[in-house]
Design a protein. Structure first.
Length: 276
């Protein structure tokens, strides 16, 4: 265990020794091939290629002009120094990753919005020009628009910071979202004015289900009160119509129109008075 097997590197040398000692009658067909293409002699693996994070920034020069410079951000050493991770591929990082993480930490509900991931041509990014703003042709507004707009500002505006670019892109995003909500509300009001019947909202559907369960429970409770009164009437010898009259409340009204617990309260009061 742990020893390096060097036998594959000595195959041709062993074949030549066997041929000189007449152990094999003819040379193998692969003998000359191994002479032209010998096996690798380096037994150690190369270290993985490093992928530094490069940021493009526009800086102001002393002569008043601006120039774009590439800044290499030093990568941190990996936390794990195990031998199994020594030759693992290095993680590739992009500048958009940190910008995207910051935006969705501040706006978690943007992840709950439904998005259409199917693209028509797949080249929507080639037709996008974020120098004109967040709204791009054939690209729906989302958090990714804010990230691309912020990245464009960082690369083109001289001496701008990440927070300043984030504030600019965020304000534009809020303005477009308010415009979308206004258009949606106005279109709904116009449709309802013309006689359209909108579907129920999630809150209305939940209230409908809750009311149905409450009505079912109310009917069940009334049936339980009726059974208890009938059982008490049968035990005391009273006739069933009298017991039913007590359930109806004495005035002959349907208990569905009154308090469902009034009959039970009157029955218990009768028991205390000794009438039942």
């Amino acid at each position: 265990m742990g020893r390096i097997n060097l036998t594959p590197l000595r195959v041709r040398k062993r074949a030549l020794a066997d041929l000189q000692a007449n152990r094999i009658p003819t040379p193998p067909v692969w003998l000359d091939v191994l002479a032209d293409v010998p096996p690798a002699q380096i037994l150690t693996r190369q270290q993985p290629q490093q992928h530094p994070l490069v940021q493009v920034r526009t800086q102001s020069l002393p002569n008043g002009k601006t120039a774009q410079v590439a800044i290499a951000v030093p990568t941190k050493k990996p936390r794990s120094s195990k031998r199994s991770r020594m030759f693992a591929p290095v993680e590739i990082k992009y500048e958009e990753d940190q910008l995207r993480k910051q935006f969705f930490q501040d706006h978690p509900w943007e992840l709950a919005r439904p998005r259409q991931v199917l693209e028509t041509t797949g080249n929507q990014h080639a037709d996008s020009d974020y120098s004109e703003g967040l709204q791009q042709p054939m690209v729906p507004l989302s958090g990714e628009s804010v990230v691309q707009r912020q990245l464009h500002l960082l690369q083109t505006v001289p001496d701008i910071t990440i927070d300043q670019a984030y504030d600019i892109a965020r304000r534009e995003f809020y303005t477009l979202r308010r415009q979308e909500e206004t258009r949606r509300r106005v279109s709904k009001e116009e449709a309802m004015h013309m006689g359209a019947q909108p579907e129920k909202s999630i809150l209305q559907w939940s209230m409908k289900i809750e009311n149905k369960h409450y009505d079912d429970w109310e009917q069940w409770s009334k049936s339980q009160v009726m059974e208890q009164i009938q059982r008490s009437a049968a035990f005391s010898g009273a006739v069933a119509p009298e017991a039913e009259q007590k359930v109806l409340g004495g005035d002959g009204q349907d208990p569905r129109r009154g308090d469902p617990f009034a009959a039970e309260a009157s029955r218990r009061a009768g028991i205390v008075r000794g009438t039942i």
